[in-house]
Design a protein. Structure first.
Lengths: 111, 165
């Protein structure tokens, strides 16, 4: 099983911000398109380590993770198999939020 | 001489026994028992009161922090366009609230749904077009921010400190 780990604070930025690519190179869409999706397509399992950043806006998280399902790249069930969100206790809330966005995006598609 | 020494030793033993008897009777006296109970009670009462004051202070400061972010969020969504210094402030202040809540959470009983209320509060402020160039003023969000902030504060106040607080 091929695995990949993405540590946002080291591989991407410590200051993620914004939703769309037009908002800057540290936006949710940028992260999804240039980091997350290529890894999800190439590897069997992708672990995203979300610790170490200065904080996340919901718009960034929703676009980065909910956008995977909304863009029909992967379904919620496929992500449950492939995607692992790694974090410390203090960042646990973001993990819950990420999976909520994935679920909401799937619910929207299923309607 | 020999007789004198033996007499003295006997007398000393008698005095020791008497003292010991008196001390024992004092130890078992009602007054001492009451004093012991009172000091144990006061120790636990003061310990509990210190613990409770510390907890209340932390909850109070957490609620003030939420209020500060709530105000920032209201100002932010009242204006159109991207306001970078506001965005940085909001995200970092929310992170502090998040840290405080997760630190408190591990020591709380009856946590209710503080985490979900925090997510709702975060979403009301940093959702949508937050930190986006296309951001427009959304006065409708202001009510959402107020409501979610008030629910979060209420939920935090309903929690109880645990044994290890």
């Amino acid at each position: 099983m091929d695995k990949k780990i993405i540590k946002i604070s080291e591989d991407f930025t410590k200051f993620p911000s914004g939703r769309y690519k037009t908002d800057g190179k540290y936006s949710g869409e940028f992260f999804r398109e240039d980091y997350l999706l290529p890894s999800l397509k190439e590897y069997d399992q992708v672990t995203v380590d979300i610790d170490g950043v200065r904080g996340y806006g919901s718009s960034f998280l929703e676009e980065a993770f909910g956008g995977i399902v909304r863009g029909k790249h992967f379904t919620e069930n496929e992500l449950k198999e492939k995607l692992v969100i790694m974090c410390s206790k203090n960042f646990g809330i973001y993990k819950v939020e990420i999976w909520q966005y994935i679920q909401e995006a799937q619910n929207e598609l299923d309607r | 001489m020999k007789f004198g020494n033996t007499f003295k030793r006997r007398k000393m033993n008698w005095i020791d026994d008497d003292l010991l008897r008196k001390a024992l009777s004092f130890l078992w006296s009602d007054k001492l028992a009451a004093a012991v109970i009172a000091s144990i009670t006061s120790y636990f009462v003061s310990k509990k009161s210190i613990k409770s004051n510390g907890y209340q202070e932390r909850i109070k400061s957490l609620c003030l922090g939420i209020e500060a972010v709530e105000e920032l969020g209201e100002e932010y969504w009242d204006e159109p366009g991207k306001i970078e210094h506001f965005e940085r402030k909001i995200v970092s202040k929310l992170q502090i609230i998040n840290d405080d809540i997760s630190e408190l959470n591990s020591r709380l009983l009856k946590r209710n749904d503080v985490d979900q209320k925090l997510i709702n509060f975060r979403q009301s402020i940093t959702g949508g077009l937050f930190a986006s160039k296309n951001k427009i003023a959304e006065p409708g969000r202001i009510n959402q921010i107020r409501e979610s902030a008030s629910r979060l504060r209420k939920s935090i106040k309903l929690c109880k400190p645990g044994k290890y607080f």
